[in-house]
Design a protein around this ligand. Structure first.
Ligand code: ZN
Length: 173
């Protein structure tokens, strides 16, 4: 296992779209395990392959309190959404910045597991929010894209002035 480096906004590679995984092989398994290690190391609750400069449809998450519910999700597709939730999100690619984003409260997700099995599961709460955030990464979308223009401007200023860093916790409102 090894730690991977995470692309940071405004790196254009964060805008690339992921390709479908055709076969879950050893390369995918090894990437997933490196991504999990990187996610835990950086205290994130999710990481998309896009963020480690791999344009494939693969995300890892763990939104549990005890950090012991890791999940590898391949080729995710949301088949149903319901309810609204508002949650203050952050992102390992936009370190130090936090802002509220509106997502669906519950989702049905079709995906492939590391064992190459296609499943459909329902998720809600923080796990559902995290999955929606990570799927966005696979499409080249960042959570700050949802902010109103004046808030986005604030984020860009914070990043270019280097006031935002992993140890800061700047809430954009
Ligand atoms: Zn993110």
């Amino acid at each position: 296992m090894s730690l991977l480096s995470v692309l940071k906004f405004p790196d254009n590679r964060l805008r690339l779209k992921a390709k479908k995984v055709e076969q879950v092989d050893q390369n995918i398994q090894s990437l997933a395990s490196d991504m999990l290690e990187t996610m835990y190391h950086q205290h994130g609750i999710g990481l998309a392959a896009t963020q480690v400069n791999q344009q494939i449809s693969l995300i890892v998450i763990d939104a549990s309190e005890n950090r012991d519910q890791s999940k590898v999700i391949i080729n995710p597709k949301i088949t149903k959404k319901s309810g609204d939730s508002l949650y203050q999100e952050g992102c390992l690619s936009v370190p130090g910045i936090f802002a509220e984003v509106k997502r669906s409260q519950e989702i049905d997700l079709e995906y492939t597991t590391l064992e190459n099995i296609i499943k459909t599961d329902s998720f809600d709460g923080l796990t559902a929010i995290c999955i929606q955030h990570e799927i966005d990464h696979l499409e080249g979308i960042l959570f700050i894209d949802y902010l109103e223009p004046h808030k986005l401007k604030q984020v860009k200023e914070l990043i270019s002035s280097n006031r935002a860093n992993p140890n800061a916790h700047i809430q954009v409102e």
